[in-house]
Design a protein around this ligand. Sequence first.
Ligand code: FAD
Length: 491
Amino acid sequence: MVKNYDVIVVGAGFGGVVCGALLAKQGLQTLILDKNTRPGGKQTGFSINGFKFEMWPTYGIPIEIGPFVDAFKALGIESKLDVIPKNTALMYRRPNGKWITTVTGGRQETDPTENMFNSWNLKPKEREVALQVLAEAAVLTPEQLDALDDVSVKQWVAQRGEIPKPLFGFFAVHSNLMATGLYELVAMSEISRIMQIFGSSTTGFPRGGYSRVVDDILKVFKANGGTLKLNTRVEKILVEDGRVTGVATKDRVYKSHIVVSNAGLQPTVLKLVGEEYFDKGYVGYVKDIVPSLGFCNQRYIFSKPVMKYGMFLGTSEDSYIDVDRLAEMKKGKIPEVLSVYGVCPAVFDPSMAPNGKQMLLIGAWCSPDPDAKEVRSVQKKVDELFEEMFPEAVSYIESKEGYVGPAQVSKLSRDSVLPGLGGEAVGLAVTVGYCGKHKPSPKSPLPGLFFVGHDAGGGAFIGTHQAVSSGLRVAPLVHHYYLEKKAVLRQ
Ligand SMILES: Cc1cc2nc3c(=O)[nH]c(=O)nc-3n(C[C@H](O)[C@H](O)[C@H](O)COP(=O)(O)OP(=O)(O)OC[C@H]3O[C@@H](n4cnc5c(N)ncnc54)[C@H](O)[C@@H]3O)c2cc1C
């Protein structure tokens, strides 16, 4: 017998589990299917030799505000969010090659902007300019932010006239780091919204890692009658008479008049449903959405707890990737200094590593192409930069492992359905025309088909937050659709 569900969610990434849990809590019979053996999508958790970790460095859950707080409240598990703040480090490489470290984040009392200007070595006049420009970027009304959806970081910076080079570097680098895109393409509103959130809340790392957060959400899902099936790849989203009727896996069909896909906007439209069910204009729109950058990284195991900072960013005024540099990187030319991002989970939560040891996840940005040729060279450069940044830690590296990149990102999350895409680190839609008020609609043109996750429907802020906020916004839409159609759907 084929069982009918009120809703089927394809994918147990952050967007899928938040949306599924909220719908189950509303009383809808909800099924989540995921192709992986563990839930969490890009933030799937691993446990090896006493270490608990996600496959790449991940950080940045605000403790007081933001979608994680809202989602845990909506699910009635507010007290379980349990995010741990600790000192983090911004490491800046001056043009003379010297690395300057300023401790920030966590509950640090010092002024992070002043620290940043010191590491940039700004003169008093330059400080004034920098302070004014940063304030213009971060202190904005919602209307002003909205307007910046249509302005790229490059355009916005150009409008500021002559600015100190490290400040230019800040915006170009943070287009890569915070918005995971290129400064010529990323919308200034993304950067401003991220600066506002970082400026107004303490951020941290969740106790037990991001996968523990997923598990807590799934407990609510299951307690409310939701069914989770792992190791179950959806091959097709079924359509009859112009509306969704369910999904097919390799050996069975699951029926529902509502399917919410967390499998990525492009793979859903172009592969799981199929182009033929959408008009050409929509297919063209979907194909044109710009992906985020990719990321590649490795893990170091330390024989003693040498890392002091739970998270660090290593940048310079020149460590950004722009359109031209990305093209060069693809041909094998790696910039002298890359921005480096590292997270050491055990600094936040000692239970993430066996006693007396640490694991560091460290990497850098690259193209989102699962076949990206530059990955090995970028990882090699990251190894070199680590030695330069943390010489005192090098002799305690017991082993280096887990060299991964866009191919593994795609494998854990979305299929590659367009040349060069699929391994995007955060997802689609961080650029002018596709974010903020232009974010792709979570409601597809096909009745009964919705999208959830980073690509559609979410608000601003970094990766996981876009996905969680999408889950929060899409669940009521789906519920409304369900109620509206209930009489018809139950015929
Ligand atoms: C290297 C890296 C570093 C990151 N760093 C950060 C960070 O520091 N901070 C931050 O907030 N975010 C970070 N992110 C981004 C964040 O992980 C993602 O943006 C977010 O988790 C995406 O969630 P999602 O809901 O869109 O779904 P995804 O995580 O993409 O999950 C999609 C799910 O759908 C499933 N699926 C796909 N196709 C099918 C199918 N056919 N059948 C069944 N199931 C299917 C997949 O198995 C997967 O579980 C990082 C990501 C990467 C890769």
